[in-house]
Design a protein around this ligand. Structure first.
Ligand code: ADP
Ligand code: ZN
Length: 721
């Protein structure tokens, strides 16, 4: 029996005489003086004395974990070198004691639209519908009213009129998506792509890249493949990079399939989490849309996996079990013999390489749907066009961008000003002595947030008021803000265009799922003229009246040392640019940079993803970097710097010396201090044909690590800090 705990191996138990168990059964077992839930993996080792073994307490009345899921757990554990129990923890509910659940009635959507019921789309009713964006049922009418912030009368009325219905809280009765409803009429290229994808359903494992510019209809096309899998009675998993993306996505899904899918994300807690997991395990949840951890749900009959925005680095889980959800999604599908669709406008180099070497298929949507055209992209040289100071102080918008915003406003069109930096200013320093305010426990500056009146560390969450005087020289009122964050940019926009309606959007201003729905509504209904935002707005949304996008600092992501800095910057800016001009109105994108000749800027201006990727591929091939070589990082951390550097040094001494393997480091990490822990890094670089896991396992076994120090293994690292 494997337990969902970071233990070394499985445990052996006696099976009571009146019990029959198969592999995959979920059981309750004693462990020390506690009880744990675990999964039967297979027969135990024969050399243990029966009288020394404890007995299994009970087999839980839940479906067994299918063999594909168990093999997947084995695989992920072996590939990432994480304890199997830590992986299993994501598969089963690690509750200590099994409690059967009660079955009162709950509230669900009927899926009939307000219009079809002859109901006016009032704000209150809209809020009730929006409350279902992150869950498919509410325990009670009162809970729904509370979540939607409406009176219980509104909910009762919607129940009476058939927009809502009471269901047994046992999920089986909740209506599933209907694959037989007709989708939109597809254009020829879309229809051809959809045919390729639907043909793959039911034909075993395959991977297909669905590539097409933003707005080309990728979502509509892969919906067809979802319908095909549902018609076969199988389950579908859709992975999305961010929860923020799902509000509009969900709405479209419901429009297409009438009922919402089951949702899964890491913030989900308690009963909803348990019930969703149970519904997936029993096969009742037909479609699950979720963040990366949805991958570990124990689907008994997975028929299709879709990874939307496959290039997104949010698919990389960076702590706990470190894994890449896109890569693991391919493995998960292979275990079930199901097809995978990887969808993106700017696919990752890894995926592109897999299509050129024919491991993956590729279907392509060449143009935007309908009359929508791609935006015109211009690169704006900040060295020639210097932002002009105003009465409000420093400025970040160059004159040509200012003129374009004024023009858009005059024409009644909307603008997005994009800057991927939260807060007011990234750095605060003392004007008298130059002292910089930094986090007490991280190697990072404190970021000023004027709205909340605090200085924050974006790495550990530390927050403090701005000090009265400088701790270094004692000067008072000497602190000045350096550089812009979106708060400061919003200040400039409001000062330049006093009559425009300006809103600032960042992950920390969108704390509730309904906040993003409200924001999207405000943009769609044109209650806003200028949106100043970070990348939360860059993805997936369609704003027909938004015709101008200004990228305020295109160089921001390029300055970091990161293998994929150029690739990521290209992907992000391409995506942001894709927000402009969708519904027939031409869009314009102005990209402010200090380095207009940089290949990223050149490729963006020429809208030439292909040659950009070819160039990236060449430079990575030259350095034997991924995807042409393999990397694995070791991160040594601990509160005592001495111990940390000592372990780092010993790791370097015992490093593998095989041919085709190179170990770099140890060196203090860029984030040399994080949450009070000192960090040193080592990087193992190996040829594509070398399996790094046995090397790593061997290596780690050779070095004894003292209690306070932790060595994390990151196979295929995406973060180098
Ligand atoms: P992508 O996922 O490639 O960015 P979407 O699937 O979101 O593109 O499509 C862009 C917009 O065009 C959406 O509003 C979508 O509903 C619409 N659309 C795409 N294809 C069709 C079609 N064949 N018929 C009607 N609307 C479509
Ligand atoms: Zn910190």
């Amino acid at each position: 029996v494997w337990l969902p705990l970071p233990v070394e191996g499985p445990y052996d138990y006696l099976v009571p005489e009146d019990m029959t168990l198969r592999a995959g059964a979920v059981v309750e077992v004693p462990l020390g003086r506690r009880f744990e839930i675990g999964v039967v993996w297979g027969p135990g080792s024969a050399d243990l004395e029966a009288k020394r073994l404890k007995s299994i307490v009970q087999a839980l009345p839940v479906p067994a974990i299918a063999v594909a899921n168990r093999r997947f757990v084995d695989w992920v554990s072996a590939y990432t070198l994480q304890p199997l129990g830590a992986v299993l923890r994501m598969v089963i509910n690690p509750a200590r004691r099994w409690k059967p659940k009660p079955a009162p009635s709950a509230i669900a959507l009927t899926g009939t639209s307000l219009a079809a019921l002859g109901l006016a789309p009032t704000l209150a009713r809209g809020k009730v519908l929006a409350a279902f964006s992150d869950r498919s049922v509410f325990e009670t009418a009162a809970a729904l009213a509370r979540a939607a912030k409406v009176s219980s009368g509104v909910v009762r009325d919607m129940l009476d009129k058939g927009a809502l219905k009471a269901v047994s809280a046992q999920l089986p009765q909740v209506m599933g998506p209907d694959p037989n409803r007709a989708g939109p009429r597809l254009e020829p290229a879309q229809a051809a792509a959809a045919a390729t994808l639907t043909d793959a359903v039911g034909q075993g494992f395959s991977v297909t890249l669905l590539e097409g510019v933003t707005g080309s209809g990728k979502t509509e096309v892969y919906f067809e493949a979802i319908a095909a899998a549902l018609k076969r009675g199988q389950q579908v998993l859709v992975l999305l990079p961010e929860i923020a993306l799902t509000a509009q996505w969900l709405e479209r899904f419901v429009r297409r399939f009438r009922a919402p899918p089951a949702m899964w994300h890491s913030d989900m807690v308690g009963r909803m989490r348990r019930e969703t997991r149970a519904a997936v395990t029993s096969g009742e949840a037909r479609v699950v849309v979720g963040a990366r951890s949805a991958l570990f749900l124990p689907f008994p009959d997975l028929g299709l996996v879709v990874v939307d925005e496959e290039h997104d680095s949010a698919f990389k889980q960076e702590d706990g079990v470190i894994y890449h959800a896109r890569d693991m999604a391919v493995v998960r599908a292979r275990e079930s013999g199901a097809p995978v669709i990887l969808s993106s406008a700017t696919p990752s180099l890894e995926t592109v390489l897999n299509t050129t070497n024919q491991r993956y298929r590729r279907v392509h949507l060449p143009s935007r749907f309908g009359a929508a055209t791609l935006p015109k992209i211009e690169v704006l040289d900040l060295r020639r066009h210097k932002p002009e100071k105003g009465p409000w102080g420093r400025a970040w918008l160059a004159p040509p961008l200012v003129a374009s915003v004024s023009r858009a406003l005059a024409e009644g069109e909307q603008t997005l000003l994009f800057l991927n930096r939260r807060g007011y200013a990234p750095l605060t320093l003392c004007n008298a002595c130059g002292h910089r305010l930094h986090c007490p426990t991280c190697s990072a500056w404190l970021v000023e947030h004027r709205l909340s009146g605090r200085l924050q560390c974006h790495h550990c969450g530390y927050a403090a008021r701005r000090p009265e005087s400088c701790s270094s020289c004692g000067a008072t009122n000497s602190f000045v803000a350096c550089g812009p964050g979106i708060e400061r940019l919003a200040e400039e926009a409001a000062a330049r265009w006093p009559s425009a309606r300006v809103r600032m959007v960042a992950s920390d201003t969108l704390d509730r799922p309904s906040a993003i729905a409200e924001l999207i509504d405000d943009i769609l209904k044109h209650r806003l003229d200028i949106v100043v935002g970070t990348q939360v707005l860059a993805k997936g949304h369609h704003f027909p009246n938004l015709t101008l996008v200004g990228v305020v600092d295109a160089d921001l992501g390029l300055s970091s040392w990161d293998l994929r800095a150029a690739e990521r910057t290209y992907q992000l800016l391409h995506q942001v640019a894709g927000r402009a001009g969708r519904a027939g109105r031409p869009g314009t994108v102005l990209i402010q940079t200090h380095d207009p000749s940089h290949p990223v800027m050149q490729a963006l201006a020429a809208a030439d993803t292909e040659s950009f990727l070819a160039r990236e591929a060449d430079s990575r091939r030259l350095l034997a970097m991924p995807p042409f070589g393999r990397l694995a990082a070791l991160i040594v951390s601990g509160p005592d710097e001495h111990q940390v550097s000592d372990v780092g040094r010993r790791l370097a001494q015992t490093a593998p010396r095989d041919d085709g393997v190179e170990v770099l480091g140890p060196a203090p990490a860029v984030m040399a201090l994080l949450r009070g822990r000192h960090r040193h890094r080592l990087l193992l670089k190996a040829g594509r044909d070398i399996r790094v896991q046995p090397l790593l396992a061997d290596w780690l076994a050779r070095v004894k690590v003292p209690g306070g120090v932790r060595v994390q293994v990151d196979v295929d690292p995406y973060s180098f800090y």
